[in-house]
Ligand binder design. Structure first.
Ligand SMILES: CC[C@@](C)(O)[C@@H](O)C(=O)O
Length: 571
């Protein structure tokens, strides 16, 4: 038996401790040679029936196991907390850091040499990566993959994006409730994640752009047999990665993050990527700030997928997927050298890529939209920053000054948004407070609040909305998000009153509350935070320790990593 591997400190020992570790594992029928010093590969699975996006991961785990055995490793699958974005209240984001803790401590405590991360639904991908990065064992991702395109009444419909459209149509009286309900089953026709470029497919795309998965991982549909083959190949590869000692810290370099930021612009990716990339960078020790996201601002929108475009992930896959996008970026000198899980440079992911549908994946000469990357806004309303996604916004509203109409919290908004006498016009700026990391808590996807009913009925489909919340990656509109500091932390957002004027300029990166400093001071003196919504348990820990949006809302004590071996035995 070799004593070189990490797992040898569990399974390579000839004493009582080694007996205990091996013997109890043998109750599953593993033969002696499984413990002969071969790499032990953890398969960290977020499968759950309460996470519909990840319901195919049991099958994919079997694919990974085939590959691990074939390459001479020993695969062991283990569960971690699963986060079903569409099912959890108050928001899955409250639990991303808890999943990251679960992943980190599981990897550290068990005798494994490398890990395959099986995730898909929005928060599972970053939660797993954050946890794995804080232990820094060789790690690689296999994603769930998107659902097949939604189909209803002869048309393609997209996860999330068409939910927002249909629900506004119902409120406007343009769609019956019966049709609305009938669209449900047409939208979600197979296992997999949202088949729009929502957060799940965004994160899978960025994982590929950072070189943390094999090429083509992002777009292959969940039920495409080639995803099973990719899982098999990933199982083979992780065994080699252990021998080559390729760790997350080797792959997740500053250059990889910048590549991800540019790729996010090119795919029209989710605003949530900002939160997750910032938090992940904090784990690996890469200095990444909101300002770095400006490096994507001038990148055009190349992928014509909802919510910023017309097509869906199946179309993106058949058009060539992420390798084509990376090739386009490389052609413009926008793909910086960075090592991947394959050991070579990220440029290798783009080599030989062919575009099979030039309307779905555009070239730099013919983009869907120019300069589509996220814009960072700052000013007295967001000294630590806020963001807006121009590719999903209305151009005219990106430069706007208007009067605020304020909702003090989510209950206030839900109770009043449909009032016939709501004093708002299409020029009003809707402001929602109390939806940040500490305030809600967990920073839910409510920033794309509905357009007031009386305006929807007049045909209005977009207005400026400002909050400390996030929004779904499938959502669209001129929605200013992630205002930091949040209202509950005493940011100036807490001091905005209905009737105040606000200036927004995406081109100048500006978000100003046009109220003079003395008046703001007087309001601050009279301001009190709300009583916290939770006073015990994990939610209290979260509220007490969560960082603001500009730091990715990680918990303060989880930033960084601890790669020391665990030396003490359990018995
Ligand atoms: C409803 C849409 C979701 C669940 O995908 C969303 O979380 C997203 O950001 O994409």
């Amino acid at each position: 038996m070799t004593t070189k591997r990490r797992s040898a400190a569990w399974y390579g020992k000839l004493d009582r401790d080694g007996f205990i570790h091996r013997s109890w594992m043998k109750n599953q029928g593993f033969p002696d040679h499984a413990f002969d010093g071969r790499p032990i590969i953890g398969i960290c699975n977020t499968w759950s029936e309460l996470t519909p996006c990840n319901s195919g991961l049991r099958d994919l785990a079997e694919g990974v196991k085939r590959g691990v055995w074939e390459a001479g490793g020993f695969p062991v699958e283990f569960p971690v907390m699963s986060l079903g974005e569409t099912q959890m209240k108050p928001t899955a984001m409250l639990f991303r850091n808890l999943l990251a803790m679960d992943v980190e401590e599981s990897i550290r405590a068990y005798g494994i040499d490398g890990v395959v991360l099986l995730g898909g639904c929005d928060k599972t991908t970053p939660g797993q990566l954050m946890g794995a990065a804080s232990v820094d064992l060789p790690s690689i991702v296999v994603s769930s993959g998107p659902m097949l395109n939604g189909k209803w009444q002869g048309k393609d419909i997209g996860s999330g994006t068409d939910v927002w459209k249909f629900s506004e149509a119902v409120r406007a009286g343009e769609m019956t409730l019966q049709d609305f309900m009938a669209a449900e089953s047409g939208m979600s026709r197979s296992k997999g994640v949202c088949m729009t470029m929502g957060t799940a497919s965004t994160m899978a795309s960025l994982v590929e752009a950072m070189g943390m998965s094999l090429p083509t991982n992002a777009a292959l549909p969940a039920v495409d047999a080639r995803r099973m083959a990719l899982a098999h190949l990933t199982g083979k590869r992780i065994v080699e990665m252990v021998d080559e000692d390729i760790k997350p810290s080797d792959v997740l370099t500053k250059a990889a993050f910048i590549n991800a930021i540019r790729a996010n612009a090119a795919v029209g990716g989710s605003t949530n990527a900002v939160m997750h990339l910032l938090a992940l960078a904090g784990r690996v020790g890469v200095e990444l700030t909101l300002d770095d996201f400006e490096q994507g601002s001038d990148v055009p929108l190349l992928v014509n997928c909802m919510p910023s475009g017309d097509y869906l992930m199946e179309d993106f896959c058949y058009a060539g997927g992420m390798p084509v996008v990376l090739q386009e970026l490389a052609g413009q000198g926008l793909l910086s050298a960075s090592k991947t899980v394959l050991g070579g440079d990220i440029a290798a992911y783009a080599e030989g890529a062919e575009c099979f549908n030039a309307d779905v994946i555009r070239s730099f000469d013919n983009p869907v939209k120019p300069a589509a990357g996220l814009r960072v806004l700052r000013g007295n309303l967001a000294p630590l920053g806020a963001i807006v996604k121009p590719s999903a916004a209305t151009d005219a509203l990106l430069e706007h000054e208007g009067e605020a109409f304020v909702f003090e919290n989510i209950e206030d908004m839900k109770a009043n948004i449909d009032r016939d006498d709501l004093p708002v016009t299409p020029d009003t700026i809707l402001v929602l407070k109390g939806c940040g990391p500490k305030g809600y808590p967990g920073m839910p996807e409510v920033g794309n609040m509905p357009i007031p009913k009386k305006l929807v009925q007049q045909g209005v489909r977009d207005m400026i909305r400002i909050s400390d919340a996030r929004m779904s990656g499938t959502a669209y509109g001129t929605v200013i998000l992630h205002v930091a500091p949040e209202a509950q932390a005493g940011g100036n957002l807490a001091l905005v009153k209905t009737g105040d004027r606000i200036r927004v300029s995406a081109s100048a990166g500006q978000l100003e509350l046009l109220v003079d400093a003395a008046e703001l001071e007087a309001r601050r003196a009279a301001w009190q935070p709300d009583a916290p919504h939770y006073t015990r348990g994990y939610a209290k820990l979260y509220i007490d320790h969560v960082l603001q949006a500009d730091r990715g809302a990680d918990l303060d004590f989880l930033v960084g990593k601890d790669t020391r071996p665990v030396t003490r035995e359990s018995h």
